[in-house]
Design a protein around this ligand. Structure first.
Ligand SMILES: Cc1cc2nc3c(=O)[nH]c(=O)nc-3n(C[C@H](O)[C@H](O)[C@H](O)COP(=O)(O)O)c2cc1C
Length: 163
């Protein structure tokens, strides 16, 4: 299969970890499920997060200095449902999960498998998403991961906002 259809099909077959990205600005918290992510540099360490322009999280992130990036254990798949299936435009996701205030005031999910906080260095308009380039400033990792939520677990989830 050639052309853009081939690309779409190829990407739909790739399985990759899903993240919940949270942030906070002007006393407003936000967060959503994100698949468009990658570490993009080792030295210095850099990580890129793609946020949809339609999302509540994107609008808060435009005013924020930092983002928190969480990996989600499969046994806490309800976090993926909450952050990917609902929108902060209509509900308070943070009333529906356990969290605490972490480095730089970022909301940290208590049931995450691991997380880091990154300072937003730049924003890139790449289409219907904006790439947020992060410099990691704090984080927490387990000795070993238990099974994590990946794209194949949530591909049929109806997103709170269409991409
Ligand atoms: C499989 C899957 C992957 C997603 N990937 C992204 C993504 O990379 N970036 C993004 O901004 N939203 C992504 N979303 C959509 C948001 O998680 C979803 O629309 C969420 O409800 C938005 O919440 P908000 O409006 O509170 O920010 C994805 C959703 C699903 C189900």
């Amino acid at each position: 299969m050639d052309g853009p259809d081939g690309f779409d099909r190829l990407m739909s077959l790739v399985d990759y970890p899903m993240y919940v990205v949270t942030t906070r600005a002007d006393d407003e918290s936000a967060g959503c499920l994100v698949g468009f992510t990658s570490q993009v540099s080792i030295g210095p360490p850099r990580f890129l997060v793609g946020l949809s322009k339609r999302n509540h999280t994107y609008r808060v992130a435009q005013r924020a200095d930092h983002l928190a990036v969480h990996l989600v254990p499969r046994r806490h798949g309800e976090l993926a449902q909450l952050f990917g299936g609902e929108t902060g435009d209509r509900s308070d996701k943070f009333a529906g999960c356990a969290w605490h205030s972490g480095p730089n005031g970022m909301p940290i999910l208590d049931d995450a498998a691991g997380w880091f906080v990154g300072e937003v260095l730049s924003r890139y308009d790449v289409g219907d998403h904006v790439g947020f380039l992060l410099e990691p400033v704090a984080g927490s990792a387990p000795d070993k991961f238990e099974p994590l939520v990946t794209f194949s677990d949530v591909r049929d989830l109806d997103p709170g906002h269409e991409a």
